[in-house]
Design a binder for this molecule. Structure first.
Ligand code: MTE
Length: 331
């Protein structure tokens, strides 16, 4: 079955082409359940999406009524990356280092049951079921640019809520200055973990004020669907003003700590990947320039590249977090 919609953005049910219908219906049920189960939930229904798809002008993303975020900067008007590209060109080293590996192998990831352990300097530590976490705040849709350190970018409509909502709920202690994020590392289901491309598990970290910034998203889905496995199901981080590797996938631990965490990429190459990793066209990677980028799917390989924006275009929202800091030194 193929539902035809105008090819004007991300409302293109390409998942139908690559997903067995039973699984696809499962996703729709998930969405419906989510919409029914969580008070104030503002995620678009399939019907709303279809209605939007009929009326939107090609290439322009109008926020869906009732689902758009009130967080400033959360709805960029760039054309969204095609679902097919966003789910077939991925970095998820637990499944291999080739961009096609995650889509090829991530089907082995088991996302049910799933728990996230909240630990460290926090008043309400515990192992929380994903279903509970999903109800801790109203989900909304955020259309974010994601700029990878390798020089490409995408625009993805995520579904989730501000990480700040989770943090407030678990009540960090005054000594908590940083938040550490740990991804699943399961040798049985993740072929990349059996190899040595990184020191597993995948670890990332944010300063507390970065983690509390309303743009920092705890994402459970994208394109109005449950998160595809290759994109970090069932729950991941999205920090849109930082290089993509800060946005850790398939989270199993969120730890509140007093010292700056060491991320997997910093461990792997300290001179190349710093703790902050804010998108910054003025600070080159030691081996390549960061001044321009290629938007996946939009610009052909030979097409002119786009200029990379300071803080990936989110400077009005996040610039203040780094006031007075030497961004060359704190790369
Ligand atoms: N998280 C884990 N656990 N493992 C990874 O290899 N890759 C990162 C980040 N999160 C990665 C990860 C990198 S380098 C990028 S660019 C983004 O995920 C890519 O996210 P996407 O595949 O959804 O576009």
């Amino acid at each position: 079955m193929l539902i035809r919609t105008p090819d004007n953005g991300y409302i293109h049910p390409t998942s139908l082409d690559i997903t067995p219908q039973s699984a696809y219906l499962g996703r729709r049920d998930w969405l419906k359940g989510l919409a029914a189960g969580s008070a104030g939930l503002a995620m678009a229904t399939w019907a709303q999406r279809q209605a939007w798809a009929q009326t939107a002008r090609p290439g322009v993303l109008a926020p869906l009524s009732g689902s758009a975020s009130n967080v400033p900067g959360a709805q960029v008007m760039d054309k969204a990356t095609a679902y097919k590209d966003a789910t077939s060109y991925n970095n998820f080293y637990e499944f291999g280092t080739d961009k096609a590996d995650p889509a090829r192998y991530a089907h082995t990831l088991k996302t049910q049951p799933w728990t996230v352990e909240i630990e460290g300097l926090v008043k309400k530590p515990g192992r929380y079921a994903l279903e509970d976490l999903m109800k801790w705040a109203a989900m909304e849709e955020r259309i974010y640019r994601l700029r990878c350190v390798e020089g490409w970018s995408m625009v993805i409509p995520w579904v989730g809520y501000s990480l700040a909502d989770l943090i407030k709920r678990v009540e960090p202690q005054p000594g908590a200055k940083f938040v550490e994020f740990v991804s699943l590392a399961d040798e049985k289901t993740m072929p990349g973990v059996r190899g040595g491309s990184l020191d597993w598990p995948y670890v990332e970290g944010l300063r507390m004020d970065e983690a509390m910034h309303p743009l920092t998203l705890l994402a459970f889905g994208m394109y109005g669907e449950v998160m595809p496995k290759q994109n970090g199901a069932p729950v991941r981080l999205v920090v849109p003003w930082k290089y993509g590797f800060k946005s850790a996938k398939s989270l199993v631990k969120i730890r509140f700590v007093d010292k700056q965490p060491t991320s997997s990429w910093t461990k792997a190459a300290q001179q190349e990947y710093g703790f902050y990793s804010n998108v910054n066209p003025l600070v080159d990677h030691p081996r390549w320039s960061q001044a321009t980028e290629r938007r996946i799917g939009e610009d052909g390989l030979l097409a002119k590249k786009r200029k990379t924006l300071m803080f990936n275009g989110y400077e009005p929202q996040v610039g203040q977090l780094y006031a007075g800091m030497d961004l060359k030194r704190n790369f």
